[in-house]
Design a protein around this ligand. Sequence first.
Ligand code: NZQ
Ligand code: ZN
Length: 387
Amino acid sequence: MKNFKFYSPTKIVFGERSVNQLGRQIAGKYKNILLHYGGGSIKKSGLYTEVMNILKEYDCEVYELSGVEPNPKLGLVREGVKLAKKKDIDLILAVGGGSVIDSAKAIGIGAMYDGDVWDYYTGDASVRGTIPLGVILTFPATGSEASMGSVITNEDGHRKLAVNHDILRPLFAIMDPLYTLTLPSKQTFAGIMDILSHIFERYFTHTKNVDLTDSLCEGTMRTVIKNAYILKKDPRNLAARSEIMLAGTIAHNGLLGMGREDDWASHGIGHEMSALYGTTHGRTLSIIFPAWMKYVYKENLDRFVQFAINVFSVSVVNKSLEQIALEGINSLITFIKDIGLPVSLEDEGLPLDKIDFMAERATEGGPLGTFKVLKKEDVIRIFNLAR
Ligand code: NZQ
Ligand code: ZN
């Protein structure tokens, strides 16, 4: 195990009707609130009205900024920064999924800076402060409700870049699984793939003696897979929705990565697909992860054998280690297909003529990953395995 720091200050308020506890999180502390949300799902579900009633009850001055798109854009962030500075916002309340939360995080740090907020994402400025952020999560997927990251797309030049800093971890996250019942199946399962991928990025490591976090990772993966199948048959199953919602936070708040070297190459490659084609984040991962696994499994066969046995219960009788490892990867591919996600660029209807360009962009800042360090040529081979 490696030495590590674990910092997860976000207060999680979880469960049915937990939105009622919004008032308690803000009472006496915040007055000028920027309510940030997406394209209208919160209005359809009734959550918007519920939140506004609470904010009125607590005499808050509410400024609204809606219209966050999936793969959130810099243009709206810049608008939010201006608004936050002008109105002296003291709390940003993000109501929605990862895109809304990431956009809110960007506004929070942008409002504390005189330059352009994009500087943080290019590495030209370092994060120093933020406006406090509260979250009401409607989509379990990215883990942004407790993570240290924000990922923003600059529509000018198709760049999708991340900034990571502990200051970006929200103050509180209200998580009511009832509000996830309105998620269309396409979103539900893309979110589930993202959750699994956050675990893969940590689980596939060369760090030795990580029994405890291995078990936590494997238990979380089994829980996600089991409940995904339940939701496939019964999308309104609230117990399964709750399990997935909790898993989404646990998968990316840092807990499962304690003491381990993590990877993140597949996320980096996927971001290039979203930047260029607007592909949904979880769908980039369902395409890239199986290809990445096929490309890297020989780097640490034992780890892939462990994955096959402990996550997919692959039988070991009369099989070589390599056969067991490959059966684990194939079980994942079966799972991805069962939940209706693409496993190839072709499945997603993506052209093949920009592979070289995406590989170049993905490795512009240096090679990707740690499990196997990937240069541009490796990324091209992974894309070719995902054709
Ligand atoms: O805009 P609205 O109308 O709200 O609709 C949204 C959106 O169209 C809809 N939706 C959300 N909750 C709903 C709902 N529809 C019905 N009922 C509900 N309860 O779902 C659509 C997608 O939402 P979005 O927020 O884009 O999805 P997600 O949560 O997957 O966020 C994706 C973004 O987060 C980044 C991704 O790269 C991508 O840009 N990530 C952020 C991370 C982080 N900050 O730690 C880590 C991740 O790895 C990821 O990179
Ligand atoms: Zn992700």
